[in-house]
Design a protein around this ligand. Structure first.
Ligand code: ZN
Length: 334
């Protein structure tokens, strides 16, 4: 049986008539979705990507881990399952190239991750971590390259924003967001890029890589005091907004509004978001007080900049991470 829907109402009527799972239907090509963007704008219509946002994911990134480590595989597998149940779709990443890594990092860091043997309790020398880190950076690059068509989100690990030019740390090996932005600045006709870091921890690695680079503006909202102990004040092209433990949605959104105003003033051609969800009130590593629903508001506010945009997963360690990410994506898709 085949149904062609030309309006969102007709599409949903068709789904309910068929009384079956719409993802399976789409997979069997029984329904031609002619009006996805229209469907997307109806808040009651959960079950399809609420916009044309593309989510990049590979199960490979859940193949490594260590018992008791908060940066665990279930963070991404749980989110993947959650989004899959809502019939969202995914695309597979490819690893980035060595030359992409070397725009952001020293050769010695690349060799260190590749050869192993480093000793950082937070950032273990997992078997095969170089390949996983290359794949996560490749997903960020794919998100950056593709965002001029529609917003993208990289649902991958390891995260990246604590990796400096020459040092790994804080669960991060290569700085995914930096690698992707430097690729855009180098290979596309892009003169200015903005990076917004909403992880609860300061993106010290990203700041280290972009400090003084006039092509980029780095803006970070983060809890102070907290690991890694940086980001207390702004420096040059790196604007830091330190927030107190206990910061709630009202305060956060007010500061975010100021931060977004700075991005608007800078006039970037693309926006890259380091999307951490450890500002959530239930996060075990931090003391901020945002609700699950706050992430939708954050995503919406960012999308109002109306820029080509993509986001890359950083932190977020509570069991509610899938819902926080889902809410963010609903808003971020615009
Ligand atoms: Zn974090």
């Amino acid at each position: 049986m085949s149904v062609i829907a030309t309006t969102s109402e007709a599409w949903w009527e068709a789904i309910s008539t068929l009384n079956t799972d719409c993802h399976a239907l789409r997979a069997r090509n029984d329904i031609l979705i002619a009006t996805l963007p229209l469907v997307a704008r109806n808040d009651t219509l959960q079950g399809v990507n609420p916009s044309m946002i593309k989510i990049i994911y590979s199960k490979k990134c859940s193949e490594y881990g260590q018992m008791g480590h908060p940066e665990s595989p279930v963070r991404v597998t749980g989110t993947y399952d959650y989004l899959l149940k809502k019939n969202w779709e995914f695309v597979n990443p490819a690893g980035c190239r060595t030359q992409d890594i070397l725009r952001a990092h020293t050769r010695s860091l690349l060799d260190e991750v590749k050869s192993g043997g480093f000793n950082d309790p937070d950032t273990p020398d997992y078997n095969g971590i170089y390949e996983y880190a290359v794949l996560s950076a490749g997903a960020a690059c794919m998100a950056g390259d593709g965002c001029f068509n529609e917003p993208h989100f990289s649902l991958m690990r390891p995260p990246g924003h604590h990796a400096t030019r020459s040092r790994l740390g804080g669960f991060c090996y290569f700085n995914n967001i930096a690698i992707s932005v430097l690729k855009l600045l180098s290979e596309k006709d892009i003169g200015r890029a903005a990076i917004l870091d909403i992880d609860c921890h300061h993106g010290n690695g990203t700041q280290d890589i972009f400090l003084g680079d006039k092509r980029a503006l780095f803006v970070s909202l983060h809890q102070v005091p907290l690991y890694p102990g940086t980001g207390h004040r702004s420096q040059d092209n790196c604007l830091n907004f330190p927030l107190s433990p206990g910061t709630d949605e009202k305060m956060y959104m007010s500061v975010l509004d100021t931060a977004i105003g700075k991005i608007r003033e800078f006039g970037p051609e693309v926006l890259a978001v380091s999307a951490g969800f450890d500002t959530y009130r239930g996060d075990p590593l931090t003391q901020m007080n945002l609700e699950k629903t706050t992430y939708r508001k954050i995503g919406e506010h960012i999308s109002e900049l109306n820029l080509p945009r993509y986001a890359v997963l950083e932190g977020g360690y509570s069991p509610d991470l899938p819902e926080c990410i889902y809410n963010f994506l609903v808003g971020f898709g615009g």
